[in-house]
Design a protein around this ligand. Sequence first.
Ligand code: 8YV
Length: 323
Amino acid sequence: MSKPKVLVTRKWPASVEEKLKSLYDVTLNKDDRPLSTDELKQALRDYDAVCPAVCDALPAAVINVADKRCRILANFGVGFNHIDIEAAKQQGLAVTNTPGVLTESTADIAMTLLLMSARRGAEGDRLVRSKQWSGWCPTQMMSSDVTGATLGLIGFGRIAQAMARKAHHGFGMKILYFKPSPADQTIVDELKAIRCDNVEELLRQSDYVSLHCPGGAATYHLIDADMLKLMKPTAHLINTARGDVVDSKALIQALREKRIAGAGLDVYEGEPNVDEGFLALDNVSLLPHLGSATIATRTAMGEKVLANLAAFFAGRDLPDRVA
Ligand code: 8YV
């Protein structure tokens, strides 16, 4: 029997690509060039499995393409808002993701951004590199304390909980969270975490706000101009979730007018384009979607995709099925 045809849309860690080669008739992307919409449509016609990532938009217009051969989208990543899940279901396409393995590395990046924003790390680096630093002085680049401050988490899933642990046990931070459904009592007790009744209440009380809700229609522009007005003028907003959870224009305005102290972003609306407004501001720290970008994590994500593909082609239950 011939091996299933698998397409990997972007370059993956070498060890995972080697395993794919031994198991499937796989097409890899050696040059790591993003695929166009037409190429993605063609991929659905030509391959049994397509393995996309956050950079591949798969709306209904792509998923509904006629004469499909593809039966599974095995996503490399935990977030799947770039895939129209309803369209996939209607078309009988299975969709899987890679939860669990990127929790700590993504929480580390959220904490990195929190520290960078609080202590003006990126701005300080720019000052030194530009040779404008004239030496230590008592009032230069004063910033905000992290230790003992209040961290508010919007969403309280795996990544938010991992960040809360680091912040509470490592930095003595007080933890607030908002999550529509009840949270696991063990972690609430461990962190003495306090549930806010709504996002508004959390924004009013937090020194640092970190976003950990899924992207998509339900959370589109959850943090808009009105919500930003509720934050303390000394507070910082951290986003490692998805760009469109925040109204970028409203955030730029709030930062420009110093209505909040700072922001740390790993994700953007319309990624990889970054609103020019951010680039002119000193009180925002910008990272290029590095959440899961450690060697170990990216390898583990690839292994998860392998496990999902293996189960699919063996006709077993899919370990990480989202559709
Ligand atoms: C991934 C992420 O690297 O897994 C996610 O949802 O946001 C990232 O950290 C990316 O999505 C890969 O598809």
